[in-house]
Design a protein around this ligand. Structure first.
Ligand SMILES: [Zn+2]
Length: 381
């Protein structure tokens, strides 16, 4: 059976070697552990780790072996992504790739379950902090961290070799980008979103189910509620992420006949649930019907306001920055905290977190021009 760019041959029951991940050109930003390798072999007789999962007829020993050879990519390691990654790694998915652009903050700890107070104190990048925690949870599998934005210029490279992609993002721009790559490459992905006490999810299996563009040809024009304005119940995000992982495991364990091919909305507080059918591709869809990948072909926006944060991201133009040198230069001007992953500079009421590729998050404003001006002043052009 031909599936979504999976690199395995189900008929022959064998898995060819995968290309090395991540690509060498992004290595400076990566924290990587390949403990056990991508082809982590699960000896079902010898290992107790997955015994309860193998007992499930829905997974079984064969499904477990498929998981061990699979690669999942989690885009956005926040409230949804930390739960997704935790469940996937603990379930024995052979390789989990984490992509996130942000750092851990105290307000994340209420729901982003892989992070600790020290991560918020140090301002550790979320992908790095999550990967470190997950490697301690399961050293049999591989966890790779990628600290950056998903952009039109890197999305294809980062997502192309996934067997399934999980949406842990907080914005439509990233979701349409994921949808473009997924449809183009025939990779399954699992949409998810949550705010307040409600959330929704939908698996997208190209050529088989509706894609994001089939249901929503364009992003909503009205300003959407965010966790910042509406608040968020941790059980709502945990519930949605958990259900997303259920659909991802069906994809990875080759149980597609069980997919819940609906856009499901659920309220964690009231228990109300509703859904709409999403089981057929729409022939008029620009993405999966006409195969036009407009989001993938677009230019990355120069600066963006970060959802749920009083912060703006300023891109660095993929240059390599001497963080130690910059820290030395800024030290006389304000408090500087450095790590190998990022440097934080406080200039009240603002705070700049600068990454090795020159990208920065300017906290304390939603004004794009002001953020760019602070960047130019303290980091340079
Ligand atoms: Zn479509």
């Amino acid at each position: 059976m031909h599936l979504y760019n999976s690199n395995y041959t189900a008929d022959e029951g064998r898995w060819p070697a995968r290309p090395f991940w991540p690509p060498a050109q992004v290595s400076p930003l990566l924290g990587s552990s390949r403990a056990g390798g991508t082809a982590a072999q699960v000896d079902m007789q010898a290992s107790d780790r997955y015994v309860r999962q193998c007992l499930l007829p829905e997974i079984g020993t064969e499904g477990q072996q498929r998981l061990a050879r699979a690669r999942a990519v989690v885009v956005g390691v926040g409230a949804l992504g930390t739960v997704q990654a935790s469940l996937l790694v603990r379930a024995g998915v052979g390789e989990t790739v984490l992509i996130d652009r942000d750092i851990v903050e105290l307000s994340n700890l209420q729901r982003q379950c892989l992070f600790l107070e020290r991560d918020a104190d140090l301002g550790t990048p979320k992908a790095v902090a999550a990967a470190e925690a997950l490697r301690e949870a399961n050293s049999d599998v591989s966890v790779t961290a990628f600290v950056n934005d998903l952009t039109p210029s890197n999305a294809d490279r980062l997502l192309a070799s996934a067997d399934v992609i999980l949406d842990g993002t907080d914005n439509f721009e990233a979701r349409y980008l994921i949808n473009d790559v997924a449809v183009k490459r025939s990779i399954a992905w699992i949409y998810g979103a949550a705010v307040g006490t409600r959330g929704s999810l939908m698996p997208v299996v190209p050529d088989r189910t509706a894609c994001l563009g089939c249901l929503f040809p364009s992003a909503p024009r009205r300003r959407q509620p965010t966790c910042d304005t509406e608040g968020v119940l941790s059980s709502a995000t945990t519930l949605v992420a958990s259900l997303q992982v259920v659909e991802a495991l069906k994809v990875l364990a080759d149980r597609l006949e069980s997919l819940n091919t609906r856009l499901v909305s659920i309220d964690a507080w009231t228990g109300e649930r509703s859904s709409v059918r999403a089981d057929r591709p729409e022939p008029r869809c620009m993405t999966c019907g006409q195969r036009q990948f407009l989001h993938l072909e677009s230019e990355a926006s120069p600066s963006v306001r970060l959802c749920g944060r009083d912060a703006v991201q300023v891109p660095g133009g993929d240059r390599e920055l001497d963080l130690a040198g910059l820290a030395g230069k800024l030290a006389p001007l304000g408090e500087v905290r450095s790590s190998e992953h990022a440097m934080r500079f406080c200039c009240p009421p603002h705070e700049l977190t600068v990454f090795p590729d020159g990208r920065a998050i300017v906290k304390g404003t939603q004004d794009l021009a002001l953020a760019r001006s602070l960047y130019a002043r303290f980091v340079g052009n």
